[in-house]
Design a protein around this ligand. Structure first.
Ligand SMILES: Nc1ncnc2c1ncn2[C@@H]1O[C@H](COP(=O)(O)OP(=O)(O)OP(=O)(O)O)[C@@H](O)[C@H]1O
Ligand SMILES: CC(C)(CO)[C@@H](O)C(=O)[O-]
Ligand code: BAL
Length: 267
């Protein structure tokens, strides 16, 4: 058993589920923060939001898992930044995280199958994930913005988040509004599929120069960073995605409606 301030590291699905059930039997709410690791202060703010959202005693679980099914083979799965030891140090330093769930893999692999998403294929199918054939699609909300530039992204996110919810069995789950469309997709999935989980959207945390914190910011050159900061300063509401010029460009199409939330393009 880890010391009180150090998160317990759990790799196994059944052990994770059993851990959550024990916490609930002790009278604690289980609050869940899903991440892909390489943690920064934006992630840590989600942990504070989770603690603040719980009405009483709470056990916070952070997952670290880079989900292959939300990346197309042309995207950056192979270069996604990671620093597991650093992540554990940061989580321990918060004193607020009880467990870290970091499964080696979440999918059943092997076999043969079509594994298609309207013609698009993810890194999961590309790596022989054909034994997995159940997908969640949030059919309208996944269209447009990041969904236009990343054809398998929301199918992969909705599916892996549903899997994580079934494994962690949280009472509360927190997502950043930095990935605004993702947050709305998860809210809609939870409503439509009757997950008994309260979803909380947490505010965007920014660097001193205004850039929204993001694990992938480490890949930006000075010029790219300056360009994004400039674009963000023109954007009145939220930034939809990471340094994705494609997604930011979607702002310039006047006004978009997502799930009844009107997002204004810069005037
Ligand atoms: N700057 C931020 N402010 C608030 N929430 C954030 C911020 N950055 C990430 N999050 C949230 O943290 C959760 C995990 O995100 P993830 O691990 O993909 O990190 P990321 O910084 O968004 O990485 P990426 O480079 O892939 O965009 C998501 O709910 C995301 O919206
Ligand atoms: C929600 C998530 C953990 C699913 O892999 C990921 O998309 C992320 O970190 O935003
Ligand atoms: N936070 C977004 C995860 C992704 O871009 O894959």
């Amino acid at each position: 058993m880890a010391a009180a301030h150090e998160p317990e590291v759990i790799r196994d699905k059944a052990a994770m589920r059993a851990w959550s059930r024990r916490r609930r039997a002790e009278g604690k709410a289980v609050a869940f923060v899903p991440t892909m690791g390489f943690l920064h202060d934006g992630h840590l703010s989600l942990i504070s939001t989770a603690v603040a959202a719980a009405a009483g005693p709470v056990a916070v679980v952070v997952s670290i898992y880079v989900n292959p099914s939300q990346f197309a083979p042309t995207e950056d799965l192979a270069t996604y930044p990671s620093d597991f030891a650093g992540d554990l140090r940061k989580l321990a330093a918060t004193g607020a995280v009880a467990a870290v769930f970091c499964p080696p893999d979440l999918y059943v692999r092997g076999g043969a199958g079509a594994g298609e998403s309207g013609g698009a294929v993810s890194c999961l199918e590309d790596a022989g994930g054909h034994a997995h054939e159940t997908w969640i699609r949030v059919e309208q909300l996944e269209k447009g913005l990041c969904g236009s530039s990343r054809p398998v992204f929301f199918r992969g996110v909705a599916t892996v988040v549903a899997k994580l919810f079934n494994i962690v069995e949280p009472d509360i789950a927190v997502f950043g509004k930095k990935d605004y469309q993702q947050w709305r997709v998860i809210c809609r999935m939870v409503r439509d599929l009757d997950f008994a989980i309260e979803i909380i959207g947490s505010e965007i945390v920014r660097e001193a120069d205004g850039l929204a914190m993001s694990s992938r910011n480490v890949h930006l050159s000075c010029e790219e960073r300056e360009k994004i900061v400039e674009q963000e300063s023109l954007t009145p509401v939220v930034r939809i995605d990471r340094p994705a010029v494609i997604c930011v460009a979607a702002w310039f199409g006047k006004v978009r409606l997502i799930d009844n939330i009107e997002i204004q393009a810069p005037s």
